[in-house]
Design a protein around this ligand. Structure first.
Ligand SMILES: [Zn+2]
Ligand SMILES: [Zn+2]
Length: 374
């Protein structure tokens, strides 16, 4: 599904939720597999449902606007169990997106099922090359929704009572008969007033207006493991926004961007660099000092090395993520022709020129092009 979700629903970016819902209802009717005569109705219906499931959810929509479909890989709640006991998530695998029947219950006007889980907070974390290679600790400040200090999340003014919900009489469930385009059906949905809790607040907390939640700035320390790369993400469980009363918290997800390095280029866990060497070093061979991530190391350049030759320095690359072994460092030597020369150098090179057979070798080339040069 590489399609743009806005295109799928035939709407513009920035469209209101009401318009999104309208567009969705229209298309869901048009493509509903039970009634549609359109070609590929089932697939189109699924596409529409999926686009709607993302765009109708403010948090998912924001993530989609910012990160595109990629955002959904962060969206699921399943998956990974712990990393080094800190609950990190390295799964680059797309988490299966459940189509569920949430879209449907919306057509039928049913309520949501239970209190809503806290939203994930997704943010971009830029790291310099070395921090990504070696790992580090980063402190970040997030603006997130937390439990209200004043009412400790109850939503009630301190000292006042929490009462039984007068809509569902404490059951948390609303029963309704609904007329839909598929006929009349009885639905049972979560109570919209109390969201399934069975109780409501008589006198709301003045700080959070009864939501039990408030915005706070929070400093969070993140451990960056060695070897992390652009496109990886770190998931800190339960460090996202507080959910509705009775629901679990969202996660904090750092999407990693590694800044380029002046000398090294990275490819996975291998690193590449270009090393200028002199003509005499290339011709005679030498042990040449090379910068690596862990300081200087010697590279043996054999005599007669041509410019552009690639050398591999084993295990001098970046530590592999969650492993003990390292990538390699590749060094491409580039023979530099001297531009500024001392008098002595010039004399030596002139002597060299007299010795060299290169002029003769070029005659060989000219020989092959006889028709052009005579
Ligand atoms: Zn409060
Ligand atoms: Zn209720």
């Amino acid at each position: 599904m590489a399609k743009d979700y806005y295109d799928t629903l035939g709407i513009q970016r920035g469209t209101s939720q009401e318009e999104i819902k309208k567009a969705y209802k229209k298309l869901a009717k048009k493509y509903h597999p039970d009634i549609s005569k359109e070609e590929n109705a089932e697939q189109k219906f699924k596409d529409v449902q999926h686009a709607y499931s993302v765009l109708s959810d403010d948090a998912k929509r924001r993530n989609y606007d910012q990160f595109g479909e990629q955002a959904e890989r962060f969206g699921g709640q399943g998956g990974f169990q712990g990393f080094g006991g800190e609950g990190f998530d390295f799964s680059d695998i797309f988490e299966q997106f459940g189509f569920g029947n949430q879209g449907f219950s919306d057509i039928f006007g049913g309520g949501r099922r239970g209190p809503r889980r806290g939203e994930d907070i997704i943010f971009k974390l830029s790291l310099n090359f070395e921090d990504a290679a070696f790992g580090t600790k980063k402190e970040i400040t997030v603006d997130r929704i937390e439990e209200c200090d004043n009412c400790h999340g109850s939503g009630a003014r301190p000292g006042t009572k929490i009462i039984t919900c007068d809509v569902c009489h404490g059951s948390g469930v609303e029963k309704q008969l609904r007329r839909t385009f598929l006929g009349t059906i009885a639905t049972q949905s979560t109570c919209r007033k109390c969201r399934g809790l069975g109780e409501s607040v008589d006198d709301p907390c003045p700080v959070c207006s009864g939501s039990g939640r408030e915005h706070k700035k929070k400093k969070i320390s993140i451990t960056i493991p060695a070897g992390i790369d652009s496109g990886n993400h770190l998931r800190l469980r339960d460090q996202g926004n507080e959910g509705e009363k009775g629901a679990i918290k969202g996660d904090l997800i750092a999407v990693i961007f590694v800044e380029p390095h002046e000398v090294f280029k990275r490819d996975g866990f291998d690193i590449f660099m270009e090393l200028p060497i002199s003509f005499s070093e290339a011709a005679l061979g030498d042990d040449i000092e090379v910068p690596t991530l862990k300081g200087k190391a010697k590279l043996k350049v054999p005599s007669g090395t041509q410019s552009g030759t690639l050398f591999k320095m084993k295990e001098k690359g970046i530590q592999k993520l969650q492993r003990k072994d390292f990538g390699d460092q590749y060094v491409r030597v580039v023979v530099k022709t001297p531009e500024k020369m001392s008098k002595k150098m010039k004399e030596l090179l002139e002597k060299l020129q007299e010795e060299e057979e290169t002029a003769k070798n070029r005659k060989g080339i000219f020989g092959k092009l006889k028709g052009i040069f005579d």
